[in-house]
Write a protein that binds this ligand. Sequence first.
Ligand SMILES: Nc1ncnc2c1ncn2[C@@H]1O[C@H](COP(=O)(O)OS(=O)(=O)O)[C@@H](OP(=O)(O)O)[C@H]1O
Ligand SMILES: Nc1ncnc2c1ncn2[C@@H]1O[C@H](COP(=O)(O)OP(=O)(O)O)[C@@H](O)[C@H]1O
Length: 534
Amino acid sequence: MRAHRQGNGSVGDTGRPDAPVFAPGPDGLAHLELILSGAYPLAGFMTREEAESVARGGRLPDGRPWPVPVTLEVPEELVGQERLTLTDLEGAPLAELAVREHWESSGEDTGSRHHLAGDVALLRPPTYGVLRELRPTPAEVRAQRELEPSSDRSLLAVVTDRPLHHRALHQIRAEAEALGRGGERAEVLVILDTGLHDEGLAAAVLAAELLLPPRSSFAVITLPRSEARSASPLGGAWTERDAALAGHVAAAYGATHLLVEAGGRGPETERVMALKPPLTVLDPEPWKYDEGEALWKPFSHVDPREARPELTDAEVEAELAHGRELPSWFTPARVGAELARLRPARTERGLTLLFTGLSGSGKSTIARGVCDGIRRSGRTVTLLDGDLVRRMLSKGLTFSREDRELNIRRIGYVASEITRHGGVAVCAPIAPYAAGRAEFRAMVEEFGDFFLVHVATPLEECEARDRKGLYAKARAGEIPEFTGISDPYEEPTDADLVVDTVGTDPAESVAVVMAALREGGWLPSDQHVSEDRA
Ligand SMILES: Nc1ncnc2c1ncn2[C@@H]1O[C@H](COP(=O)(O)OS(=O)(=O)O)[C@@H](OP(=O)(O)O)[C@H]1O
Ligand SMILES: Nc1ncnc2c1ncn2[C@@H]1O[C@H](COP(=O)(O)OP(=O)(O)O)[C@@H](O)[C@H]1O
């Protein structure tokens, strides 16, 4: 589950010879797919007037309610084009945009952003690997229902960005029952809102099929992410505008009622309805687990002393990280199994440890000891030590800011590959800049876990140690741009562990890191502590 960033589209030079090619960023692509599939009642991307009207009052200039601006952000070099071929991230053409208007908006800190407005015409339906059949268009879903004799009944859409656990499944069944007629439950359409390539989540949602009302159906879509929702990789909080947009899309699929499944933290129903989505947004009663009776029940039926709320996202993540089965009171076994496949235990996941700190702080010494400990725990490990990297991978680089950033990027690339293959990379460069460390983290987290150790030995101590005599030379002006003396070290604010080596034996520092790795679940916890001592 990856976070989505806005406006990071890329320009290409292939495609139709007469129109330049552009791959929109994730939100642009999400909007495009929803326009092309007929899920939006819009012909294309909005003009400034339209976008501003929607942002201001939740209505298009003609008065139709619409919750979010549907805009296409492009790089400045595309301004002035009359037509654009829009492609997916691999460069396959999807649609042609007939540009009606170029307009600019200005963000607080981002400067001016360029947008192109105009209608889009389908060139080729998008394909999403094996998920294509799970992404029926609204017309396909409506046609399927019309084949059935009872298509005049309510259709309850459940728009979810997460697997359905027992609490949600109970709520859905109760709402379907309340909406049903003649003893029959209303039909349910589960609409999974997921990233363009998050196939694993679909399997986890589908795993709950048997616990949904009979003849429930599924569709996968990708809604654009508001900033609030993209803030958390596990799916952040939905705003009322997110929910209202889900309502418009669900209505296009034929839904009469909407239930937003956002981990029990959906926006207030009244505020969603105030945006006038073209269906009824339900406000389901919260369900709680009654521990005394070992049953899920509507909250009002549960003795508060026995009420147990469901696991939070963070608790689910922690259970999975430690390789523990999700409890059966919380989720169906099949859902738990799919989630375990999607998020393997940390002992199985790739990991990069980055030690950062001043020269002489103890990075190499601790990293070497930690590598020994990791190896003894049975995992494969690669040490990318600062000095060694500078002799091999980064030979010839200087200590200018630019070269230091390049050095860290190279180490980050190698570490991310090791992580991708499930190994452990231990890196020990100074890595003095926050921006370089953030880029390093992002490279690694694309494939696995990242753990930052700040070896926070104070400058005076490092200088007193001066094992290589470098500080003396730096003070004498013989080494320019020396970290801590004549070059900055930006203290990390995002360290997972801070180690100060003053008055501490190296073996103790190694043991502190090893304990953190065990506690975090990256190493089996049954090792004897004395084994950490090399
Ligand atoms: N100007 C300057 N500043 C800092 N360090 C210097 C410099 N010149 C040489 N050295 C030696 O190079 C080692 C640091 O290299 P790194 O690759 O770890 O640095 S960086 O992350 O690219 O900033 C560092 O090794 P460690 O002591 O292991 O940290 C120094 O020994
Ligand atoms: N708790 C400790 N952890 C790591 N090193 C320590 C500790 N206490 C003293 N030292 C000494 O500090 C020096 C650190 O050198 P080194 O590991 O090469 O640092 P760096 O890689 O950060 O430049 C070594 O001589 C080491 O013996």
